[in-house]
Ligand binder design. Structure first.
Ligand code: SF4
Length: 86
């Protein structure tokens, strides 16, 4: 499993992480039709290479390695996966 975007992204959707990701696995992008209605951004757990590049650029510290995901946000691992039908 990979990195996970949790609750702080909701209402923020800064998307700096999208530009930081070397494998383009964070969606939806700002120019995508799904962006306006998306509650948050999501990381594709299969495509993510665990590089951590997205973590420091997030202004609200919403991104965590799965092992570091706070217990209160544990459900977000599934939330991210489900966006991709995983
Ligand atoms: Fe992309 Fe790396 Fe973040 Fe995974 S950890 S979502 S590969 S920037």
């Amino acid at each position: 499993m990979a990195y996970v975007i949790a609750e702080p992204c909701i209402g923020t959707k800064d998307a700096a992480c999208v530009d930081a990701c070397p494998v383009d696995c964070i969606h939806p992008k700002k120019d995508n039709e799904k962006f306006p209605s998306a509650e948050q951004l999501y990381i594709d757990p299969v495509e993510c290479i665990d590089c951590g590049a997205c973590v420091p650029v997030c202004p609200v510290s919403a991104i965590f390695a799965l092992d570091d995901l706070p217990e209160k946000w544990a459900a977000y691992a599934q939330t991210n996966s489900e966006y991709y039908g995983r």
